[in-house]
Design a protein around this ligand. Structure first.
Ligand code: ADE
Length: 252
C-alpha cells in the first residue's frame, strides 16, 4: 500500500510539530501509511533577504504573500515527485467549506499539496497556482496552518489501517449522515446518573436499535439540516415520523 503523501507549504513549519507527532497521526506516519513533508516557503524565496510578502498594490494595510516563492516551491515539489503533482489546495476563508464528504474524496488521492496562506492574504496569482481552495469554516484564522492540520487529521484517519479495525470510520458521525449516538463506559453510576439499562442487557439487537434511534433523535434535535440527506431505512423513517409527532403533541 502506497502512503498518502502530503506536501505542506507554510511559513511556519514548526507549528505542525505537536499535532503530527502524537497519537494516531504519529503511528500512521511510523507505519508508512501517511507521509507529511513540510516545505518552508521562505526557503524558495528568490529575493536577497528571503522576503515572501509585500505591500498591496493600490495601498491599504497589511502584507500580501508574493507568488514567486510559492511557484518555485511547487516546481521543486513537482520535480521531487517525479514530474507530477496531486491536487494543490489553498487553505483560505474563501474556499469550499470542508466536510466529511470532502475528506473522503481527498483520502482517495496519492499526493496532496496544501498551501497555507498567511498575513492579510495571498496575491491573486497564488490562487491560480492552486487547483482548489478549502475553508474549514466561516471564521478567519491568522493563517492556513491550523486549517491544514484539520484537513490532514480528518483525511488521515480515513486511510485504511490508520484507526485499526475496532474503530472503523464508517460508523462516524456524518458517515451515514447522522450524528453519533451517546457512548458510556464504567462506572455504571456516576454522580447518580445511570448507564441506560439497554446497554448492559447483553441484547445486541436491542442495543443496535437503541443506538440507531438515539442517533436519529440527536440529529433531529441538534442538526435537523442533516436529516434530509441521511441514509435512513424504512424503520428509521417510521421512528422519525413518530418522534416528530410526539414533539408536535408536546408543543416543544
Ligand atoms: N485561513 C484563515 N482562515 C481560514 C479558514 N477559515 N479556513 C481555511 N484557511 C483559513
Amino acid at each position: 500500500m502506497m502512503p498518502l503523501v502530503f506536501d505542506i507549504l507554510t511559513l511556519f513549519p514548526e507549528m505542525f510539530q505537536g499535532p503530527f507527532s502524537v497519537s494516531q497521526i504519529k503511528r500512521a506516519r511510523e507505519r508508512g501509511l501517511l507521509e507529511i513533508n513540510l516545505v518552508n516557503i521562505r526557503d524558495y524565496s528568490p529575493f536577497k533577504h528571503r522576503e515572501v510578502d509585500d505591500a498591496p498594490f493600490g495601498g491599504g494595510g497589511g502584507m500580501i504573500l508574493r507568488p514567486e516563492p510559492i511557484y518555485l516551491a511547487l516546481e521543486a515539489i513537482r520535480e521531487r515527485r517525479g514530474g507530477k503533482l496531486g491536487p494543490v489546495i489553498l487553505l483560505c476563508p474563501q474556499g469550499e467549506k470542508f466536510s466529511q464528504r470532502l475528506a473522503w474524496e481527498l483520502a482517495r488521492e496519492e499526493h496532496l499539496v496544501l498551501i497555507c496562506g498567511h498575513y492579510e492574504g495571498v496575491d491573486e496569482r497564488v490562487r491560480h497556482l492552486a487547483t482548489g481552495e478549502i475553508s474549514i469554516g466561516d471564521f478567519v484564522l491568522t493563517g492556513g496552518e491550523l486549517a491544514a492540520m484539520v484537513v490532514v487529521d480528518a483525511v488521515a484517519r480515513l486511510l485504511p489501517g490508520v484507526l485499526g479495525d475496532e474503530r472503523a470510520p464508517a460508523a462516524d458521525s456524518f458517515a451515514g449522515g447522522l450524528l453519533e449516538h451517546p457512548h458510556y463506559t464504567r462506572p455504571r453510576v456516576f454522580r447518580g446518573e445511570e448507564v441506560p439499562e439497554v446497554l448492559t442487557s447483553g441484547h445486541h439487537a436491542r442495543i443496535a436499535r437503541w443506538r440507531r434511534e438515539e442517533s436519529i433523535l440527536r440529529t433531529l434535535v441538534r442538526r435537523p439540516d442533516l436529516l434530509s440527506l441521511a441514509e435512513l431505512t424504512e424503520e428509521d423513517r417510521k421512528f422519525l415520523r413518530e418522534l416528530k409527532q410526539r414533539i408536535e403533541v408536546l408543543g416543544v
